[in-house]
Design a protein around this ligand. Sequence first.
Ligand SMILES: *Cc1c(COP(=O)(O)O)cnc(C)c1O
Length: 496
Amino acid sequence: MASKLPEQGLPKEEVLEQLRALSGQDVHWREHRAFGLVYHHSDAHTELVQEAHNLFLSTNGLNPMAFKSLHRMEHDVVRIAAALLHGTDATVGTMSSGGSESILLAMLAYRQHARSHRKRIRHPEVVLPESAHAAFYKAGEYFDIKMVSVPLQQDYRADVDAMAARINRNTIALVGSAPCYPYGVMDPITEIAALGLKHGLPVHVDACLGGFLLPFVERLTPEERIAEIPPFDFRVPGVTSISADLHKYGYAAKGASVILYSDMAYLRHQFSLSTDWCGGIYASPTLAGTRPGGAIAAAWAALHSMGEAGYVANARAAMETAKAYINGINAITELEVLGRPPVTVVAYGGREPELGAYAVGDQLEARGWHVDRLQRPESLHMILNPGHLQVADIYLAELREAVDYVKAHPDSAFEGSAPMYGLIAKAPLRRLVKKQVLGIIEQMHCASDETGNISLSAESGEGGESAEASAIAPLPPLVLKAMRAKARLNRLFRRA
Ligand SMILES: *Cc1c(COP(=O)(O)O)cnc(C)c1O
């Protein structure tokens, strides 16, 4: 299929047929083979969300006077989120296109706030735990804010003393996650917020994952939960903003998140206003110009259709699912779950470093699972939804098989994509990796039709080379040889 505008438009059925064929190349999320990327509640719910989206497909939230409906719906969604996260009458916010935009907006607002209130700051800095989402580092690049990344405690939660030590005259905000994406653990928000109060600094809580899950987990009985949820929202004095994704555990359509602030004094700095433009006075509350109304309506529909009872029941099922996976993984003595994740995000790796998690990941992929990898430490990552309970037994059985295979074939750590991921994680190669990955991204966006053939993940059986893997393909032979030799030496000495 060439990337070309057809001279004559194609018939509807043919267009749809081509789309269906394209979607056949995608990860098999409907069969619960992916853990992350897709948050599916039920087919009936998806249908409703689709219908709501379609109803407002052509509308534009850019002009709230023209689309009073969207303005009203956004207001409702923000108020609902504020109530769930224990805001006050002073709590305000907007919707955005996703977690990254919510985070970008908060970082922008704090930079602008500092510019107008703390004129001596030349080079703004934000202090954040190393587990904070990549979107914060993106915000740092976009808005020229230095992101001061602080190592974690042993249990993968933010180290608040270490954060305190990095605060200086240029610091404009602190960050914590509830929970963080990589390990799914809750940062000690109460302590981070107290630190913020002590230094007069705003504190952002990234609840992109937890914002529409934790409030409902809190309503479960202790037996239904995995662990008690420590306070993380506006109940905690010192918390000044929270990002929460509707398109994750809110089960809205993609393109929906909220960013909330404790006070208009912060939100106002997120707004952009051009009064001199020849096109007229142009005000925009978020990064976008045109704001797709479908995403707003779909989020409104999701909240109203699920209702509190629906979300609580979902949280109950999600906890049951997470328990099944956590207990199942821990029952495999060669593996261990990292930290103590209290909800649905779980990372695990080998209890001993000799059991390479990436090699286990390759084996899982060979069995048809879509695998996510973390790089510190070498581990696999999953985000669970209730649907995953249906495949828990088979996943855990195949995980057992994968571990046995890797134990029986120690060299599997040097085959498939495992060594590539291992290499990428090595700090000294970081700059080289960055250069190579940039090259791949450029290639993916180049004019050649070949761009369509690059596969982003090492999908099972398809023989597709992963972007990350091919990104460092030019260097392996020597390095691989050295790694292999080193691992063999390690094994020899351990045996001796
Ligand atoms: C998903 C996520 C984000 C980014 O959200 P997007 O919607 O992917 O832009 C940020 N923080 C956390 C904790 C997340 O899970």
